[in-house]
Ligand binder design. Structure first.
Ligand code: GLY
Length: 566
């Protein structure tokens, strides 16, 4: 497809066309059904880049790596080469694997680095400055996972992103308005200019070119890992650190390594749930919620009735209380993961559940699992024709990370250090508190909520999913799973329907606008719940295995998400 045709085609997609568009046997839309292979991501051009790799004979890992680099170009709010994440894999033979490419604290980081002399947290230091950046992991992760599972040449996989950065991508309406809203922030943090700022206002349909990012991607294409963690890009990162009193050194970059880990798994009503282990707490929360819910029958309660929301919010409250106390990087701390997921422990956690009244969070402490012998990210899901499935969640932490672009290299620095507990009990940008388990230490990974998940039924693929949304990630993923399993919903409805979230502290239920009736809200308040209306929770991008052996890709209606497949 030449460039003009591609622009016309994408303009149609971005204009909100709701019919499947079929080109060369390809379908592209928010929801596509009856396909053999599919990529669902936060941006149409990234999903398209992934599917083109599948059409060239690549497998799901090749497509996931291509989509990841494309998101670094066309979804800069969260797609990245300066951040980190987790990739969960299920091979067509049913084996599971996970690569953790979460950022690490630099060697010069220390427990109290965001506190002043009076031990008060200095506002903005862990979110808005060069000190907020963890050592990036995405490039190492993509290269290692490709080396283990990829089929096509790495250069072929990254080249579309090199071109997309050089030639530009088309801004969606949401992207244009967020860049306009943040223009002053970008100007202040990047006094020498950056690709995200222009004279005048951005408009939907504008082309945003990133020549410096294209050159940085070219160096990764040509030199692999060394093209980012050494040489010119590493020098540019270290120079950027020096300009802004950051602490990432050439040694930090050289020493960074992603890690292959065993995924966490459990069952729920006969389904096998495979998800992310620490240093994300997301998988633990998801499995705790499912375990706490299993003895109950939510499917017999009316969907979004006060009884159903109350039951689930109480389970969420208890899971997040455990997270605050126990969760951290278990390469550094002893985390009682097995005990936190023990069925008897989870039953005991719900023993104090009162079906008629909210239990105040002040009355809920973390449990004691050991004596019973845990806003902005992006998720994409890929399944290929052979049945290999990949779920990837990746982030810069805040929207556009720290907002600081590495001068000369064109990519954003993450502000992931804020995911550490900067001071016990002090809430991070998602309102999450933590303990010493998640205290800062050199080379430790900060706790995450990312929850890529793969669900199977009788050994066969059922669902691939995940979501952005900080603390709301595991509760969004959880609700899609119970919508499918307990409420037997159609995949599209399971993703689109309203969501709610409780995270222990603050002690309130966040509920998406218009997802409960005024009467239900009133009854929840009478039970003692505080309700907090929000515009959106999570953006789940999912693939469902259909009964006919084909796939359905469902991109969340909350955003510019898009599915491409054939
Ligand atoms: N930075 C958000 C998360 O990892 O949960």
């Amino acid at each position: 497809m030449n460039r003009i045709m591609a622009i016309v085609f994408l303009a149609i997609l971005l204009a909100g066309c709701r019919q499947d568009r079929v080109t060369d046997q390809m379908k592209e839309n928010r929801v596509i059904k009856d396909v053999k292979a599919v990529v669902v991501s936060a941006h149409p051009q990234a999903s398209h880049a992934g599917v083109m790799i599948l059409k060239k004979g690549g497998n799901a890992v090749d497509a996931a790596v291509a989509t990841g680099f494309a998101l670094a170009v066309c979804y800069p709010a969260a797609g990245n080469i300066g951040g980190g994440g987790f990739m969960l894999i299920r091979t067509s033979t049913g084996d599971h694997d996970l690569i953790d490419f979460r950022e690490k604290a630099p060697q010069a980081a220390s427990k109290d680095m965001y506190l002043d002399a009076g031990r008060n947290v200095v506002t903005g230091l862990s979110t808005d400055t060069h000190l907020a950046a963890g050592v990036p992991g995405s490039v190492d992760g993509m290269i290692r996972i490709h080396a283990k599972y990829g089929r096509l040449d790495f250069r072929e996989i990254i080249q579309p992103s090199v071109d997309l950065a050089a030639n530009g991508f088309i801004l969606t309406r949401e992207q244009a308005s967020s860049l306009n809203r943040l223009a002053e922030m970008f100007r202040q943090k990047n006094p020498d200019g950056c690709a995200f700022v222009k004279e005048g206002q951005w408009e939907q349909g504008d082309t945003l070119c990133q020549p410096e990012l294209s050159a940085a991607l070219e160096r990764i294409r040509d030199y692999g890992r060394e093209g980012f963690y050494a040489g010119l890009t590493a020098r540019l990162i270290v120079d950027e650190m020096k300009r802004g009193n950051g602490i990432i050194t050439a040694d930090d970059l050289e020493n960074y390594s992603s890690v292959f880990r065993k995924p966490l798994s459990s069952t729920y009503r006969g389904y096998d749930i495979v998800t992310c282990p620490p240093p994300s707490a997301g998988g633990i929360i998801l499995l705790q919620l499912l375990g706490m819910l299993e003895p109950f029958s939510p499917g017999e309660m009316k969907f979004h009735s006060p009884e159903m929301i109350h039951l689930i919010a109480e389970a969420q409250r208890r899971a997040f209380a455990d997270r605050a106390k126990y969760a951290g990087d278990d390469d550094f701390i002893e985390m009682p993961v097995r005990e936190m997921l023990n069925g008897n422990y989870l039953k005991e956690r719900m023993a104090s559940f009162d079906p008629l009244a909210a239990t105040p969070s002040s009355a809920i402490e973390a449990g004691d699992p050991v004596n019973f012998e845990s806003q902005e990210t992006t998720h994409y899901s890929v399944v290929d024709e052979e049945g290999n499935a990949v779920a990837v969640t990746t982030t810069l932490n805040g929207s556009y990370g720290s907002g600081i672009v590495v001068k000369g290299a064109g990519f954003l620095l993450n502000n992931e250090m804020d995911d550490f507990s900067v001071k016990p009990g002090f809430p991070n940008m998602y309102g999450l508190t933590g303990s010493l388990a998640n205290a800062i230490e050199p080379e430790k990974r900060m706790l995450s909520s990312m929850t890529p998940v793969i669900v199977e039924k009788e050994g066969k693929l059922f669902l691939v999913a995940g979501s952005p949304g900080g603390s709301t990630i595991p509760t969004s993923v959880f609700q899609v799973i119970i919508n499918l399993i307990d409420y037997n919903m159609d995949p599209r409805v399971a993703v689109d329907t309203g969501r709610f979230h409780h995270q222990w502290l603050p002690d309130r239920i966040s509920i998406e606008r218009n997802s409960v009736t005024a009467e239900s809200a009133g009854r929840l308040q009478k039970m003692g719940h505080v309700l907090h209306e929000v515009s959106g929770l999570g953006r789940v991008n999912a693939v469902f295995a259909l009964q006919n052996g084909l796939l359905e890709g469902v991109a969340d209606k909350r955003g510019d998400n898009s599915a491409s497949g054939y």
